[in-house]
Design a protein around this ligand. Structure first.
Ligand code: NAI
Length: 491
């Protein structure tokens, strides 16, 4: 088995950057080059202000950068030096042509593979780190074989990444498992072992799983589909809770204590976001449809539909509570990142909640501790979102301070579960808001009783929080026995 001395990673994003930083830290004998087309991104990796925020990342980069970790745009050079190449480029959902809105766009993967074939002068192990459809390795292999220089051999492996943003460094240092798929040939197995030997420098053998390539590719899509499904499942139950008076946190605890179900990933909220869940479920749906498994595709597509419903439901609840009109009213959005401890806003529910409220004519004020104002404006004026950029600039303000953000607003809505939102001085916020002052907890992180005592009308996903007696939501619907339900019908 050839020892891996130099690794190159094509793509210096949320996956490539942190993954390679940890490999460099744990394998001091290996030189790691992270390359990207974007000079701006590479410059940021080489600066004090890294392009992404992840707890613990800065420390790892500072320890290794310039020693055995290098960031550059010299892609061809880095390909040639490498024994093993990770392809860690983006695989977004296609927004045009065949498979629009479902299929992953593999143009970046293809261009990385062609680049390798064009410049490599020695044998290489090429590893799919990006999330790809099943059989993508076959396409990469074909591109490499059809374009290779004489005598050069490639082994293509699948090694999907399971890190979660916000806990990336922790996940990379102590992963639940490492999955490596390869060809079931002596050369394929040798390549799998070579990559496994890198991870074995800090991860026990039992957690390094070796499979055939297709199992590995499918496992990544299936894992994300299962995770997204859990979120959509508990969110669907949250709607039932609101309509009946059950409390979704109590229900989640009761069902999660069953060992077969487990406690994790049962937190109801305004919906899942991030660059992966939606894209990967859609990828699976597209695959099923292409394989003539339309019922399976429809089953998984429902996970996405439920997520859409949840985001819309939350925005509608805001409109409904504010006396059925938000036109000209200031509403404060607390949190714009798709989850806490990251500055990533891709597919963030906050984008869609803001969009629905803007369409209703609300004035929106946004605060997030890590997302830059420029990013928020880029998200809201993205042509794919369909908002009029002029309207966005007129109606949206971005604040650097949560108290400023809530000043003179009719309502605030928590869209990201940042810890600091639990520590805010809500009495001060209440004083500065218009009355009645509404608090919408889309992440179930606030102390609702305390907010009610301060004077807020509190609305939370999956709960019927007691509020002012003249609440517009106390609709007094009857249950099947004719008794009045306490709960409010929010759908
Ligand atoms: P990203 O968009 O942050 O980074 C991708 C980078 O690749 C960009 O900087 C882009 O400029 C670069 N790139 C594209 N084509 C290139 C080429 N031909 N040569 C050189 N550089 C090129 O994407 P992210 O989030 O790092 O995701 C990468 C892959 O990993 C995706 O397939 C994603 O589904 C998967 N993944 C992402 C996770 C996440 O939490 N973000 C977790 C697990 C997997």
């Amino acid at each position: 088995m050839k020892e891996i001395k130099t690794i190159t990673c094509i793509g210096a994003g949320y996956v490539g950057g942190p993954t390679c930083s940890v490999i460099a830290q744990k394998c001091p004998g290996v030189n790691v080059h992270v390359v990207d087309l974007s000079q701006e991104r590479i410059d940021a990796w080489n600066s004090d202000s890294l392009p992404i925020y992840e707890p613990g990342l800065k420390e790892v980069v500072e320890e290794t950068r310039g020693k055995n970790l290098f960031f550059s745009t010299k892609i061809d050079e880095a390909i040639n030096e490498a024994d093993l190449i990770f392809i860690s480029v983006n695989t977004p959902t296609k927004n045009f042509g065949l498979g629009k809105g479902r299929a992953p766009d593999l143009k970046y993967i293809e261009s990385a593979a062609r680049n390798i074939a064009n410049v490599a002068r020695e044998n290489k192990i090429v590893v799919e780190k990006s999330t790809v459809p099943v059989k993508a390795a076959e396409s990469i292999s074909r591109i490499l074989k059809c374009n290779r220089k004489a005598g050069i051999r490639y082994q293509v492996l699948s090694n999907p990444e399971f890190l979660a943003e916000g806990t990336a460094i922790k996940d990379l240092l102590n992963p639940d498992r490492i999955l490596i798929g390869g060809e079931q040939t002596p050369e394929g197995k040798e390549a799998v072992d070579a990559l496994a030997s890198i991870y074995a420098q800090w991860i026990d053998d039992e957690r390094i799983i070796k499979t055939n390539t297709w199992s590995s590719e499918l496992s990544k899509l299936a894992a994300n589909a299962f995770l997204a499904q859990r979120v959509s499942s508990i969110n669907s139950i949250s709607a039932v809770c609101e309509a009946t008076g059950a409390d979704v946190d109590e229900v989640a605890k009761a069902i999660g204590l069953d060992n077969r179900i487990g406690k994790k990933f049962l937190k109801a909220g305004v919906g899942f976001g991030g660059s992966c869940f939606q894209k990967d479920v859609l990828n699976l749906v597209y695959l099923c449809e292409a394989l003539n498994l339309s019922e399976v595709g429809a089953y998984w597509h429902q996970v996405i539909s439920m997520n859409e419903y949840q985001k819309k439901r939350f925005a509608s609840l805001i409109v409904k509570c504010l006396f059925n009109t938000v036109t000209g009213k200031k509403i404060s959005i607390l949190g714009f990142a798709f989850k806490k401890d990251t500055g990533d806003t891709r597919e963030s529910p906050a984008i869609y909640v803001t969009k629905y409220l803007l369409e209703e004519g609300a004035k929106i004020s946004i605060y997030d501790p890590k997302v830059k104002a420029k990013q928020i404006m880029m998200d809201l004026t993205d042509p794919q979102l369909g908002l009029d950029p002029e309207k966005v600039h007129k109606l949206v303000t971005i604040e650097k301070d949560p108290y400023e953000c809530c000043q003179k607003s009719h309502a605030f809505a928590v869209c990201t579960e940042w810890n600091e939102f639990q520590e805010l001085d809500y009495a001060r916020i209440y004083q500065s808001m218009l009355k009645p002052a509404f608090a919408f907890d889309g992440r179930l992180i606030l102390d609702h009783d305390k907010l009610v005592r301060i004077g807020f009308q509190v609305e939370a996903i999956g709960k019927c929080v007691h509020s002012l007696p003249d609440s517009p939501m106390e609709s007094g619907i009857n249950d099947i026995f004719g008794k009045q339900l306490l709960a409010r019908n929010r759908s």
